[in-house]
Design a protein around this ligand. Sequence first.
Ligand code: HEC
Length: 122
Amino acid sequence: MNRTLLILICTIGMITGCYYDKEDILNPDTGNCSTINTTYQGTVVPLLQASGCLNCHSGGAPSGNVSLATYTSVKTVAQNGKLFGSINHSPGFSPMPQGGNKMSSCNISKIKAWIDAGSINN
Ligand code: HEC
């Protein structure tokens, strides 16, 4: 009786263990996402470029009157909450990138780390 119980507990442990291993592979976001050394020039600008944000948010007539082409203008939406709200698809904000794929949660947390650290020009 006791042995059966022990085997049962071990089996459950093995199954859930495997399940979590699999999750980590399928969703790398749950694994090694480091927000250390997140900087404006080294992290935020390349992510905005790679996500296509500048296709719409630069030039003389940027979409939504939101420019992401200069540090000062990025800082404005960083500090008023719109940058994080839009990339995180938070309620009350327009989900960005418009017409594109949501940024990975790791990249969203990197931008959030930069915002939370004061959105400095580093
Ligand atoms: C295809 C064009 C397009 C792309 C690409 C795009 N945007 Fe936008 N964005 C818009 C338009 C149009 C608006 C204004 C209308 C609206 O709010 O839906 C807007 C609005 C915004 C706003 C204001 C949101 C609000 O709720 O007031 C922010 C911040 C923003 N975009 C950031 C981004 C970021 C960051 C990216 C890249 C991850 C991005 N956008 C990609 C077209 C785009």
